[in-house]
Write a protein that binds this ligand. Structure first.
Ligand SMILES: Cc1cc2nc3c(=O)[nH]c(=O)nc-3n(C[C@H](O)[C@H](O)[C@H](O)COP(=O)(O)OP(=O)(O)OC[C@H]3O[C@@H](n4cnc5c(N)ncnc54)[C@H](O)[C@@H]3O)c2cc1C
Length: 192
């Protein structure tokens, strides 16, 4: 269940941490989720503690597979085309937020260096010139806080909100960023 997965995440991220209590209460504040008891009964015991980004939902839902078209069949009916700015943006944010959501609270020096290099390279290589320029300028103004996973999630959410604002889209509630990109919504709508 979502709660078990979140509890396991909290555990993994605080196992080596002498400040475990403080870390988990600040996590609670950061995510806006005040009740995360570990060990809640899962809807599907086979999925306890699964890493959602590590599995193919089609494997999990194997029983329903026969009802789905294979990717080859889908490719025949829907042409696979290059991405436009909107699709590229949506997919890119998905990757960026997912990387941040699974990034440790207390990364190693190597992980921090990799994340920093990744974000800076990404901002230079992103093949939408004005988006790339804007992202580079924002990184120069406000460097990604790569030594702190929670701060990194907040930073990325703020970066995305800057773009949302520019495009006249509503701001996203950054207190819900881990529900959106890691745990699923509290109402269970993302559970399987
Ligand atoms: C680095 C970058 C810069 C970009 N710059 C521009 C630009 O300058 N001009 C332009 O036209 N397009 C830009 N784009 C693309 C643009 O941001 C959108 O991706 C695109 O318009 C598609 O928007 P969408 O409505 O599908 O949702 P998206 O904005 O792509 O969001 C996808 C999903 O992310 C979630 N979400 C929304 N906001 C947040 C947030 N703040 N934090 C966490 N999750 C959130 C929502 O669930 C949403 O459905 C940029 C994309 C990237 C990755």
């Amino acid at each position: 269940s979502r709660q078990s997965r979140r509890a396991r995440y909290e555990f993994e991220n605080s196992a080596d941490d002498a400040d475990q209590g403080a870390a988990s209460s600040s996590a609670t504040a950061a995510t806006g989720d005040s009740q995360k008891p570990p060990g809640a009964a899962g809807r599907n015991p086979l999925l306890e503690g699964v890493c959602r980004a590590c599995i193919d939902i089609n494997d999990v839902l194997a029983g329903r597979r026969k009802l789905q078209k294979t990717s080859t069949e889908q490719a025949k009916s829907t042409p696979e085309c290059p991405l436009d700015q909107v699709s590229l943006g949506r997919k890119s944010w998905s990757v960026l937020h997912t990387l941040a959501a699974y990034y440790p609270d207390k990364p190693t020096a190597r992980q921090s260096a990799d994340m920093d290099a990744f974000l800076r390279s990404f901002s230079r290589l992103f093949p939408c010139p004005h988006c790339s320029e804007e992202f580079q300028a924002n990184i120069a103004k406000s460097p990604p806080p790569v030594r702190d996973g929670r701060a990194l999630n907040r930073w990325l959410c703020d970066q995305h909100n800057l773009v949302n604002e520019r495009l006249g889209k509503p701001k996203f509630d950054c207190g819900k960023v881990l529900d959106r990109w890691r745990y699923g919504w509290p109402d269970g709508s993302c559970d399987y």
